[in-house]
Design a protein around this ligand. Structure first.
Ligand SMILES: Cc1cc2nc3c(=O)[nH]c(=O)nc-3n(C[C@H](O)[C@H](O)[C@H](O)COP(=O)(O)O)c2cc1C
Length: 264
């Protein structure tokens, strides 16, 4: 069987999760594993339609899709999310439809459930047949019991692909709402009593529902509320996991996004 592994770690080959995939690969040499570093290559995938299409063609010809990634900030790495957005933006959902899918993560088990729910919802929105997920700790490779769990998980996934069972859905499908928000003026205004309130948004256009909601929110306070639109900030890219900031709180990206200097 051909299994496409969509590696979500921005670290590419150095991904910890990928070492667990390598373990599975070793135990199931009868299957053909194709690994694609989607997060590490996201800039190219965004720019180069051919590179994107190559990945989609690999998915189309695969028997199963393994979503493999480390937990990043309570969910999947931002580059992975961007790849998932591109699937819908470029209208290639059909390549994923009816494919059996499984999710494999490593983490320190802080909010695994948000990432797992997100990925399951993505699989369901894409019309995939979601089989299972496994959440591993970064040191689980050292534990015999967890290694066994990994092989049971993988075996279950491969059997599902072979036997083609029906799978259940957990989430309601996404439907577009044409709702247009018509704000009223607030009857009373809240005094924040000297507290600073900041609205962080990625859309501050006064014609949009979100823009109108922000305006209405601002009007609800006596105080001036600061709004920062992320589009106005020079952010070169998502976290690469290089851990450069671990030394002195400075980032490898030299852009407008300042790393915290708390305790520096
Ligand atoms: C920027 C960053 C954010 C992280 N966020 C989380 C998190 O929210 N929850 C968690 O349990 N682990 C978190 N971790 C730990 C990683 O999930 C863990 O190191 C994982 O093994 C990385 O997998 P990878 O090497 O395949 O990318 C984070 C690590 C980094 C570098």
């Amino acid at each position: 069987m051909k299994i496409i592994v969509l590696n979500g770690s921005p670290k590419g080959e150095d991904s910890i999760t990928l070492q667990y995939v390598a373990y599975i690969r070793k135990h199931f040499p009868q299957h053909d594993f194709r690994i694609v570093h989607v997060s590490q290559r996201i800039k190219k995938i965004e720019r180069d339609l051919e590179a994107f299409q190559e990945i989609i063609d690999e998915v189309r010809s695969a028997d199963g899709v393994l979503w493999s990634f480390g937990l990043w900030v309570l969910c999947v790495p931002a580059q992975y999310m961007r790849f998932i957005e591109l699937i819908s933006e470029r209208g290639v959902e059909e390549a994923f439809e009816n494919k059996y899918a499984a999710v494999m993560t490593t983490s320190i088990h802080f909010y695994d459930h948000t990432a797992h729910n997100y990925m399951r919802a993505v699989c369901e929105d894409l019309g995939m047949k979601y089989v299972d997920a496994i959440s591993l700790d970064i040191i689980d490779m050292m534990k015999e019991e967890r290694r066994q769990e990994m092989t049971v998980f993988a075996d279950g996934f491969f059997k599902a692909i072979q036997e083609q069972p029906a799978t259940s859905k957990l989430f309601k499908p996404l439907t577009f709402s044409h709702f247009a928000y018509q704000p009223t003026r607030p009857e009373t205004r809240t005094d924040a009593k000297g507290k600073k309130i900041l609205v962080l948004t990625d859309e501050y256009d006064s014609d949009t529902n979100l823009g109108k909601m922000i305006a209405r929110f601002k009007q609800s306070f006596v105080d001036e509320i600061e709004v920062i639109d992320l589009n106005d900030i020079d952010i070169r890219g998502a976290c690469l996991g290089c851990m450069r900031c671990g030394y002195d709180y400075t980032c490898v990206y030299k852009d407008g996004f300042k790393t915290s200097t708390i305790n520096a």
